[in-house]
Write a protein that binds this ligand. Structure first.
Ligand code: ATP
Ligand code: MG
Ligand code: FE
Length: 340
């Protein structure tokens, strides 16, 4: 089974050819980061224009790299939300057009399901499993009890983890998206600032990162005023330690209330080395029988391959869409009350 899959929810235009939901024949990713850097974030109008400019070339590249033609395909899949409406529409329109022209079924995919199913490229998923979903727009703990059945059992009340990285990185003069460079800087410093770990000892699975962001900004600005110098590496290390501590703490809580055989770490922040190290070492002690699954770095950020993996699951459930498929910018998973 071959699926041509599209991702254009934010600032990556990507098309992939995926075999049986777990084999990548091609995964072409064009990032627009250089166009958005100088604005310190993604500018929606600029993003949609780039998607339009790129998409035809990327489709060709994906098919050529995979050495397949339209006749070899079994289905077309596309991210239809959540994301920026103008960006999503470019992928949705392209996918609908190809599905219609080549008489192929169209499979609608939730972008966050894509992030989670990126794990299908590295392991055989066993249900139920938990996903720690940490990205630019989301920070959620998701309980997946059956293929494509997602239950949010914890989530951020304000900023997402990746968003917090990007905002504090900016204070340190690091270009958007700042996560990767902050991570590298953090490894050169020490946790000397002892920033707040919000909600860490509360008996729930939710997060909050806005207080941490404010504490970071206040610390830097205060020192700017008194004319002192702060160690940037120590600032980054202290910020990262606070983020990682709460992510790990809530993940352990979730594993206690929802015992599973696999923990998947998904989304752009899953690339974080500090988070990977901390989870690996604590899990080996606390939940040695739970398999840790970290998708390779290239599959943590936005990409078409993950959409193809999630589409394989949706298609098996019989989920398809017609030519009236529309972008749903605020598409979400179901939120359920955590189990005590
Ligand atoms: P969403 O998936 O929620 O719609 P998004 O698609 O913009 O949002 P992703 O592409 O999954 O988010 O991830 C991008 C985010 O990951 C950015 O905020 C970026 O700073 C962050 N990030 C990338 N690498 C790292 C890293 N090594 N450490 C921390 N954050 C990172
Ligand atoms: Mg992105
Ligand atoms: Fe994403």
């Amino acid at each position: 089974e071959l699926i041509l899959s599209f991702e254009s929810s934010c600032d990556e235009t990507s098309v992939a050819v995926i075999q049986d939901g777990n084999k990548i024949l091609s995964n072409i990713i064009a990032t627009q980061i250089n166009s958005h850097k100088r604005f310190g974030g993604v500018v929606p109008e600029v993003a949609s224009r780039h998607h339009v400019e790129q998409i035809t070339m990327i489709i060709d590249d994906a098919l050529r790299t995979a050495r397949v033609g339209y006749d070899d395909l079994d289905a077309v899949a596309v991210t239809y939300g959540p994301g920026l409406v103008g960006s999503l529409l470019v992928g949705v329109t392209a996918a609908k057009t190809i599905a219609y022209a080549h008489h192929l079924p169209l499979i609608p995919v939730n972008h966050m399901a894509g992030h989670i199913y990126a794990a299908a490229f590295v392991t055989t998923l066993q249900y139920p499993f938990l996903a720690l979903m940490v990205s630019g727009g989301h920070t959620e703990i998701v309980y997946v009890d059956a293929p494509g059945s997602f239950h949010v059992i914890g989530e951020t009340r304000d900023d997402a983890a990746g968003e917090a990285y990007d905002k504090v990185g900016r204070i340190l003069g690091i270009n958007y998206p700042a996560g990767k460079e902050m991570d590298a800087l953090a490894h050169k410093g020490h946790d000397t600032f002892n920033f707040p770990r919000a909600m860490m000892h509360e008996d729930n699975l939710d997060f909050s990162f806005s207080g941490l962001k404010s504490a970071f900004i206040n610390t830097v600005h205060h020192v700017d005023q008194v004319g002192d110098q702060l160690d940037r590496a120590d600032l980054a290390a202290s910020f990262q330690a606070a983020v990682v501590d709460v992510l790990v703490d809530k993940t352990l809580r979730a594993l206690t209330t929802h015992p599973v055989k696999q923990l998947i770490v998904a989304g752009g922040v899953a690339a974080n080395q500090g988070l990977r190290e901390a989870l690996n070492s604590v899990m080996a002690v606390r939940f040695p029988d739970t398999e840790m699954v970290f998708p390779p770095l290239r599959l943590c950020g936005d990409n078409g391959a993950m959409v193809g993996a999630a589409a394989h699951i949706e298609w098996a459930k019989g989920v398809t869409a017609g030519p009236d498929l529309n972008a749903v910018p605020n598409l979400d998973f179901e939120r359920v009350a955590p189990r005590g």
